[in-house]
Design a protein around this ligand. Structure first.
Ligand SMILES: [Zn+2]
Length: 429
């Protein structure tokens, strides 16, 4: 297939130029200013439409797709742990096979329609652990998106729940799909005993899969660590060999800049989730220190353009100067580097050899658009309503704002019914 007359906009480094792209199979095989269609080759004239690399959500919980608009807990939570106990840990206990599948399905549809093509998910469904990642994968792959999935290992469901979580992570490493990879999920230091951390490290060593764990999202994670183990969080993770495994650390709101620098030097990635941090009032992440970092929505939705804008505005609001704009773009581009490390593919490039994961925007700029001001257009102009078509691995998953692989209206109707049931079950928990 030939995509002609695209305004190709890549982020790493920012570059805007007019080009034709040839797609063969799941890859981009050629990029030139002018290419002609070969015999039998389909050519699509993009008439100057902006084409971005497919966006990456570096930390999400797709099961929260069924949480939108759910009734507030009877007793309002007063702090972060109570938010977990009264909202999220009641929701995840109420999930079954059908609701896990549907959360993947509708979560992936909304992500695709936002131009997000790869989801790094952290899953929990304590009443349905074994086989849960396959159900989640089924929903995401029906839409045609890529994902890296893990099951949240924690002590909050007893030893049996923890061991089932470890087994589910291990079993999922055998997944053989060009769209999906397995990671290993850990909840957070404050719900993981020394033995559980050892088990996570062993599993990582045995499988080679990367750990995806929450770290320092709220002060409770640090205070608990100091109170129970007499050390700072980074030291505790390191003492159990978890930093050496180069994990993906979600949040890191309460790490010092020196600790962020240290975990980066050790090869760790950080997922920064500005909208979730604001929503949970957990504090401001040390954004100036973020280097090997990418943006996540933490389950709020699949909209990376909105997350990037929020990251930018929060940086401005907390005193960052002109460097906030390149820093926000750098975080968005970080998703591609993280995904490249997980999949072994050069995401974000839109060049010969890169995966054909791209987003066509129906964005008509009211001012000149060029390499020097791409950030201004992405932060102040482009939003999810401009996403027109989305390709993943050479296949159109969205054409003219409609998902191609599934019946969107029927999927949402099924999800609404399942959400109603989940909320009913939550009420009894
Ligand atoms: Zn999270």
């Amino acid at each position: 297939m030939l995509l002609k007359g695209a305004t190709v906009a890549t982020l790493d480094p920012p570059l805007v130029e007019t080009a034709d792209l040839r797609v063969d199979g799941d890859r981009i095989v050629e990029r030139r200013t002018s290419l002609s269609a070969g015999p039998g080759e389909e050519a699509l004239d993009l008439a100057g439409a902006v084409v971005l690399p497919g966006l990456v959500n570096a930390h999400t919980h797709l099961y929260s797709a069924l949480a939108r608009g759910m009734p507030a807990p009877r007793v309002p939570p007063r702090n972060f742990v109570e938010v977990l106990e009264r909202v999220w840990w009641r929701l995840d206990r109420a999930l079954d096979a059908e609701s896990v599948y549907l959360s993947g399905l509708v979560g992936a549809i909304e992500a695709a329609l936002s131009g997000t093509t790869l989801l790094i998910d952290h899953h929990a469904s304590p009443s349905f652990i074994r086989g849960s990642l396959d159900e989640l994968r089924r929903g995401i792959e029906e839409v045609g998106l890529r994902s890296a999935l893990c099951y949240e290992v924690t002590d909050r469901n007893g030893t049996e729940g923890r061991d089932l979580g470890l087994e589910e992570n291990e079993a999922f490493q055998s997944v053989r799909s060009p769209l999906t990879r397995g990671m290993i999920g850990g909840h957070a230091s404050f719900t993981l005993s020394p033995e559980s951390l050892e088990r996570l490290r062993d599993l990582g060593e045995r499988t080679g899969a990367a750990l995806h764990i929450h770290a320092a999202e709220d002060t409770i994670d640090l205070l608990d660590c100091r109170a129970r183990y007499g050390v700072d969080l980074v030291r505790r993770l390191d003492a159990h060999g978890l930093l050496a495994a180069r994990p993906l650390l979600a949040h890191c709101v309460h790490l010092t800049e020196a600790e962020v620098a240290e975990v980066h030097v050790r090869g760790c990635w950080i997922a920064h989730n500005p909208r979730s941090n604001m929503n949970n009032n957990v504090g401001h992440a040390p954004t100036a220190a973020l280097k090997r970092a990418a943006l996540g929505t933490d389950g709020m939705d699949g909209d990376m353009l909105a997350e990037t804008r929020a990251a930018f505005l929060k940086m401005r609001d907390t005193g960052r100067g002109e460097d906030a704009l390149p820093a926000a773009l750098e975080l968005l581009a970080g998703g591609h580097r993280l995904a490249a490390a997980l999949f072994g593919l050069p995401f974000g490039k839109l060049d010969a050899g890169a995966p054909a994961d791209l987003v066509v925007l129906a964005y008509v700029p009211p001012t000149p658009l060029h390499t020097g001001n791409l950030g201004g257009h992405l932060l102040f102009g482009v939003d999810r309503s401009h996403v027109s078509s989305v390709m993943v691995g050479g296949r159109w998953v969205v054409r003219d704002r409609r998902v191609t692989g599934v019946d969107s209206a029927a999927s949402f109707a099924r999800a609404r019914a399942a959400a109603q049931e989940v909320w009913r079950r939550m009420d009894r928990l």
